[in-house]
Design a protein around this ligand. Sequence first.
Ligand SMILES: Cc1cc2nc3c(=O)[nH]c(=O)nc-3n(C[C@H](O)[C@H](O)[C@H](O)COP(=O)(O)OP(=O)(O)OC[C@H]3O[C@@H](n4cnc5c(N)ncnc54)[C@H](O)[C@@H]3O)c2cc1C
Ligand code: FES
Length: 275
Amino acid sequence: MMIDTPVAMKIIAKNEESPDVFTLTLQFMEEKETGYDFQPGQFNMLYLFGVGEVPISILAHGEDNSLYAHTIRRVGRVTQGLSLLKIGDCVGLRGPFGRGWPLDKAQGKDVLIVTGGLGCAPSVSIIHHILKHRERYGRLIILQGVKHSDDLIFRKQYQEWAQLPNVQVALAADISQPNWPGHTGLITELLDQVHLDLSKTLCMMCGPEGMMRATAERLTQLQLPEDAIYLSLERNMECAIGHCGHCQFGGTFICKEGPVFNYPEVKFLLSQRGF
Ligand SMILES: Cc1cc2nc3c(=O)[nH]c(=O)nc-3n(C[C@H](O)[C@H](O)[C@H](O)COP(=O)(O)OP(=O)(O)OC[C@H]3O[C@@H](n4cnc5c(N)ncnc54)[C@H](O)[C@@H]3O)c2cc1C
Ligand code: FES
């Protein structure tokens, strides 16, 4: 079920992930909304009452399917305001919107997840889905890159995922502290360090566009077919339903046709400055 007019959600947990990133876990206040469901990769519009709405990826279900987490970076008006809310306060929510990750197409394949910065947030729901339906997928390879090793969030989760059978986790930081357990350098360099069987791999990426472009180029050099690469794009949004044009990327409306795209669908525009 999709909610097209904002409904009030209660903040039932708030975690500070880093000095500028926090996670709000939300719960419906009214019983009748519990038919809401989402696909990994979709997003909600979160409404800070009286200020405005922002698109935010949906992180994970709660145990009883009624809790929805959103990991948010404070960047401007709405996200700063959301960061000031406390447990028990309310936000508006409509959604879910957009096209999610191709989890059906990934069945029977190894799944390579490549994320940069806060791009790790939309990948958590993929990882939860694969771990829940482990028999449907092959190896899970999770690569995460950050600018500085101190920027890494979800440290504990990465450590836990790395312990699981058939899961490999590798981290990269452009600049690192001496105790950094990962690679110091670009995330694309990790592609040459982890074991990949690109004849049966599907890649899902989320992060800065330059990082995704470079990763897609390196993977295709390594002979991964272009149509085995998916990426999630971000643009400013207003309506989230394909009406206002704020999210246009060339002739594509990211809110409706994305945010997840197959690489050949957006390869040309990704290589053009200004889109
Ligand atoms: C599909 C989708 C999923 C997203 N998921 C998340 C998420 O899980 N967590 C998260 O923290 N953010 C996410 N974002 C980005 C988030 O929506 C923006 O950071 C937010 O809209 C900024 O609003 P603001 O009012 O706080 O800042 P504003 O006052 O609007 O702007 C502050 C600065 O951020 C820039 N900005 C605004 N919106 C965007 C955008 N969409 N992309 C890039 N730069 C932008 C502005 O140009 C300006 O420089 C997502 C965006 C999209 C489109
Ligand atoms: S946000 Fe309005 S058309 Fe996409």
